[in-house]
Design a protein around this ligand. Structure first.
Ligand code: GAP
Length: 512
């Protein structure tokens, strides 16, 4: 199965088992908008709790807030979003569909890379053991022809990007013969910049200028509350403010599932520091955030840093934590050293003094800021795509198991009486009463025990507890482990501690 096919299977699995549904599906859905089902919401809440507790409980100098989606329109002038939060878009006049011009070109380049890879694969097949890929790529005429085409288009594309040359974007699209996948024509409009912010009318005046934006990032809520939090919390630099909340961007995308959505959630933390110390803090937060990811046990090799060479005008350092998604390594989290860009601009536009007075040195300054910013939905996709596993069993059957890190699993334990009689359901109910205050659980008495195990595997439940006829006499139950499928007999009174050891968030936080 190709990675693309595997991704489709994952999307179907997420729907079938109540993780994620296309929004408004009965009306044929809404592009790049998804709803979380009964399993997905619990997974997402667990991810948020892990992040929130790691930030606000493990760091005495980080506090959390919850600011509004609507903010004063000047906020987005100060942040630079009104002027520069744009994508280059192009419309096909025949299909009436809109595309990102840069994505059309990147897809074209990806296809050339694919062609080269196919040639290499053919060469490998032909030469077997003796195959030397480096030499093949340097000498094979087909590869060289494609490489020359790639280099030429890539160079033009990067130059157009650097100079924001929209006419050149269109020329590249025309020169490369890129056509609309729906109409099959190259009947394109000019490329125009479209602002990604959604807007709505602010009040009842009907005044055209009275526009409110749906926030495109949660960070600005933190910056505009900086003074309130610093004063009321008596916070001393360095300190951080964390927030989890919805953000909205009018993304023009196709088939990226919850990787890129129009409505999504962010977990952002702005760490305010003394100017001049920001690089130390940037390095410290890079390490801290990578540790948070790796502690989940999804394989350190599946993460990497991608340091930005070309920096945004407000940043003096930036990196992405990339995750190995089914479609390759892609940005999961951003860490930016944002200097005093945001607080400085809010100070200028609001006319309010936004500074920190250092009682030890007697100086006042606009703090610098190091930001960590991760999408909840993207993190959910990382967990789901890593978890999805198909295993061949000894009896020739296969099972689909979601190996979700146990503390994040939506359901921690399933309780199952072996049969629906002989007093077993009553004992099972007592087991539920013993466990329900500590763990999310499902009670299941339908179908064979094998089928019930499969259902729990498919949603990633770490433990299944079976009550059988021996339980009546010895007070023990069978506990089956999701990942190893091993079973052990455990006394009912020991169940809680045994389960907690593996699923408790506290134990995960202790690793940080
Ligand atoms: N305050 C900085 C900021 O918003 P960003 O790189 O635009 O930076 C940060 O976004 C993170 O938010 C990304 O790393 C990604 O995880 C998530 N994110 C951004 N746009 C998204 C979208 N359209 N859908 C889902 N997640 C998104």
């Amino acid at each position: 199965m190709t990675q693309e096919e595997l991704f489709k299977v994952l999307v179907a699995h997420c729907k079938e088992y109540g993780f994620i549904f296309p929004s408004s599906e009965i009306y044929d859905g809404l592009a790049a908008v998804y709803d979380y089902g009964q399993m997905g919401v619990q997974l997402k809440n667990n991810i948020k709790e892990y992040w929130w507790e790691a930030m606000t409980r493990l760091n005495e100098n980080i506090v959390g807030i919850d600011s509004c989606i609507f903010m004063h329109p000047k906020t987005w002038v100060a942040s630079g979003h009104v002027a520069a939060f744009n994508d280059p878009l192009i419309d096909n006049k025949d299909s009436k569909k809109r595309y990102r011009a840069d994505v059309l070109i990147e897809d074209y380049l990806a296809k050339i890379e694919e062609k080269m890879d196919k040639e290499v694969a053919k060469g490998r097949k032909r030469f077997g053991e003796a195959f030397n890929e480096e030499q093949f790529r340097a000498t094979n005429p087909n590869v060289l022809r494609e490489k020359a085409k790639y280099d030429e288009v890539h160079a033009r594309y990067k130059a157009a990007e650097d100079t924001n040359n929209l006419a050149e974007y269109k020329q590249i699209i025309l020169d490369c013969g890129i056509v609309d996948p729906i109409s099959g024509t190259a009947n394109w409009t000019d490329v125009r910049q479209f602002n990604l912010m959604f807007s709505t009318q602010g009040s009842n005046t009907g005044n055209q200028d009275d526009v409110l934006y749906l926030r495109p990032e949660t960070a600005q809520g933190i910056f505009v509350e900086y003074l309130n939090v610093q004063k009321t919390g008596r916070m001393k630099i360095p300190f951080g403010i964390a927030q989890i909340g919805k953000a909205f961007r009018n993304e023009i995308v196709a088939r990226q599932f919850i990787f890129r959505m129009k409505e999504f959630e962010q977990m952002e933390m702005e760490f305010f520091v003394k100017p001049g110390t920001e690089m130390e803090w940037f390095a410290a937060w890079k390490e801290n955030r990578m540790k948070w990811h790796v502690a989940l046990g999804m394989g350190a090799e599946n993460y990497r840093f991608h340091d930005h060479e070309k920096l945004a005008h407000y940043a003096n350092a930036a990196t992405d934590i990339e995750f190995n998604f089914p479609f390759g390594f892609k940005e999961l989290e951003g860490i930016h050293s944002r200097t005093d860009f945001d607080l400085g601009n809010h100070q200028r536009l609001s006319g309010k003094k936004i500074q920190f007075f250092d009682p030890e040195t007697g100086e006042s300054y606009v703090p610098y800021c190091v930001e960590t910013s991760i999408g909840v939905d993207r993190m959910t996709l990382a967990v789901l795509s890593h978890a999805y596993t198909v295993e061949q069993l000894e009896n020739g059957e296969s099972r689909v198991v979601m190996k979700i890190p146990a503390p994040l699993a939506p359901i921690k334990v399933a309780v199952m009486p072996l049969v629906k009689k002989d007093g077993l359901p009553e004992i099972a109910q007592k087991v539920v009463d013993e466990l329900k205050y500590d763990f999310s659980y499902q009670y299941d008495e339908k179908d064979s025990i094998g089928k019930r195990y499969r259902r729990q595997d498919a949603i990633g439940t770490p433990f299944c507890v079976t009550i059988d006829h021996d339980t009546v006499n010895d007070g023990c139950v069978t506990v089956r482990d999701r990942d190893t499928m091993t079973q052990e007999r455990v006394k009912i009174e020991d169940l809680r501690d045994m389960i907690a050891k593996k699923v408790s968030l506290a134990n995960l936080l202790r690793k940080l």
